[in-house]
Design a protein. Sequence first.
Length: 78
Amino acid sequence: MENDVIERMERVLADHERQIQDLSDALNAQWQDIERLKLQLELTQSRLTHMMASADEAGRDEGLSVAEMAARDKPPHY
């Protein structure tokens, strides 16, 4: 009887240890995903800032005609 109780407790303990390890592994994977997403977000914010700055510069062209903008922005091989 006493051996059965000890065996059952050992099984429960082993299950808990396995669950703790599984949770730890999942948490570690999620932390890595969060770090990767942070880097992607920083890159996206940087690109967006650059695009907004370019759009602000393009907004200064409001006084130019289409022909004037085309002449100014023509490729260097023309």
